[in-house]
Design a binder for this molecule. Structure first.
Ligand code: NAD
Length: 494
């Protein structure tokens, strides 16, 4: 695609066949979408929260009714199996339902206590929508991931202009089309603009009231720099290098089953997918054998028998190959597959062990069906290594006791941790999701995810004239001194 192209073509990641042609939207189209969104948002924000809930639930119903075509579009654009695409829609429905049903409770005016000198005030917090939210999304979960921002932003009273990945524009267009059809009185409240980086750049410069970005940390830095020019608030959901810790008393079959799914589903193209495993030495060999045996049965491909699909982004194949080759030449042992597993656009499962901690396969996001299972002396070393990454998104702990597992989880820097499962947190809409460092900042989902798309207004309403009024030039000096003496006495007590 040249920089000034008017359209771009999407292609099947599995076959390279042309899927569709879409417009490259530029600053003018983005400005039009923003203006429509602003018009629609004024009325949307003025609605009682219960009416917004009802509209969003109608949209959810339309998405559930259209699950088949939506899942087919996702599968076509990403190459993932139809069943996986359908599960992505199901997960999205759960989140949309939660955001719609909980926004009123979470964002209602909340009273807060006052102090000795402010008893005459009634104090409260008011959560106001921000206006129009720009959402820039990735391709790996082209519905579920951006909906973590879109559904929650709309539920909080905002409008949204959405720029899906250039690999998955039809999914984004379908989403906005379903909204317009289900909620025609607010058509334009959610608009999808299509195009590559230039369209995302135009959105970041358009004057949106917040930009919610999901993608790689490198792109996040660029978009954040653009937002910095206008002090546009920015939320970054970026990559991960998630670690799993397996203790000596863990159920190894359950751990192996979960690790294989966490590392290989969606061809490993999951931000919070399993990439590193730290197993204590006593059970390391047994775990490796179980994981390799299970992973060895899985096949990538495009047909109905395939466990997972191709690498969606053609350029990612070289990165995966580089990580595997680099690890093996640095001394890692391949328990399953190896550099020969990379046969673009497919990559067969690769299980490595003894990978040096400074190899790219341990420090950078591989985003492919590759995992490293390294042995550690004990839980302390596992925690130290898991935390040594510059990413901090998700993690998991496998341990016989849930209580001990939770104690280990609490020592991890990750934004979300599952004990005795992988990615358990992603399916619970009430749990906020997000990371720190190169995994980004800010939270989507849950109460924090609703509040992320509001600005909090602090309000006081004076109930009566205070006996000691300090905010007046009329206060006698003696009264002020008495108040200061009282405050001093009060605060010196404890
Ligand atoms: P990417 O960074 O290449 O692109 C993300 C989006 O940004 C795309 O829509 C792209 O067109 C747009 N973009 C690119 N350059 C831009 C620019 N200069 N200005 C504005 N927009 C620009 O990421 P990707 O390859 O689409 O997605 C994969 C990444 O996303 C991985 O790192 C993955 O871990 C991450 N991810 C994170 C989460 C999460 O919730 N934390 C979820 C899914 C994916």
């Amino acid at each position: 695609m040249t920089d000034d192209a008017a359209t771009f073509t999407t292609r099947s990641p599995a076959t390279g066949e042309r899927i569709a042609e879409h417009p490259v939207d530029g600053p003018d189209e983005v400005a039009r979408a923003l203006s429509r969104a602003r018009d629609a948002q004024a009325g949307w924000a003025a609605l009682p929260a219960s009416r917004r809930r009802d509209h969003l639930l109608r949209w959810k119903k339309a998405l559930a009714t259209g699950l088949g075509p939506v899942a087919r579009t996702i599968a076509e654009e990403t190459g993932k199996p139809a069943g996986d695409a359908a599960l992505e829609v199901v997960l999205t429905l759960e989140h949309l339902a939660w955001a719609a049903r909980n926004a009123e409770r979470v964002l209602r005016r909340r009273k807060v206590g006052t102090g000795v000198f402010t008893v005459h005030q009634r104090a409260s917090l008011v959560y106001r929508p921000l206006g129009v939210i720009g959402v820039i999304g990735p391709w790996n979960y082209p519905l579920y991931t951006p909906m973590g921002s879109i559904g929650y932003a709309l539920a909080a009273g905002n409008a949204v202009v959405f720029k899906p990945s250039e690999l998955t524009p039809a999914t984004g267009l379908l989403l906005a089309g379903l909204f317009d059809a289900a909620v025609p009185e607010y058509a334009g409240l959610l608009t999808t603009v299509t195009g590559p980086a230039s369209t995302g750049d135009a959105l970041a410069r358009s004057g949106v009231d917040k930009l919610a970005f999901t993608g790689s940390p490198g792109t996040a830095r660029k978009v954040m720099a653009v937002c910095a020019e206008t002090l546009t608030p920015f939320l970054a959901e970026c990559g991960g290098k998630d670690a799993v810790i397996v203790t000596a008393d863990a159920d190894l079959d359950a751990a192996a089953d979960a690790i294989v799914w966490g590392a290989l589903s969606n061809a490993g193209q999951t931000c919070a997918g399993v990439e590193r495993v730290y197993a204590v030495r006593e059970i390391h060999a047994a775990l490796c054998a179980r994981v390799a045996e299970r992973a060895g049965k899985l096949r990538p491909g495009a047909g109905p028998d395939a466990t997972y699909g191709p690498m969606t982004l053609p350029g990612q194949v070289a990165i995966v190959e580089d990580h595997v080759t680099g690890a093996v030449s640095a001394g890692a042992r391949a328990l399953l597959g190896g550099p020969e597993s990379v046969r673009a656009p497919f990559v067969a499962p690769v299980v490595l062990t003894g990978v040096p901690e400074d190899a790219a396969a341990m420090t950078e996001e591989t985003f492919g069906p590759v995992m490293a299972i390294n042995a550690v002396a004990g839980v302390d070393e596992a925690v130290e290594r898991a935390n040594a990454s510059r990413y901090a998104l998700g993690a998991a702990v496998f341990c016989r006791s849930g209580r001990t597992g939770a104690a280990i989880a609490a020592r991890l820097r990750a934004g979300a941790v599952s004990v005795n499962s992988v990615l358990g947190f992603a399916a619970v809409p009430a749990l906020p999701f997000g990371g720190s460092q190169d995994s980004g900042f800010g939270r989507i989902h849950g109460e924090e995810g609703l509040r992320a798309f509001t600005s909090v207004q602090s309000m006081t309403v004076q109930r009566f004239t205070p006996p000691i009024a300090l905010t007046s030039f009329e206060v006698p000096a003696a009264t002020r001194e008495r108040a200061i003496r009282m405050a001093r006495a009060l605060h010196r007590r404890r």
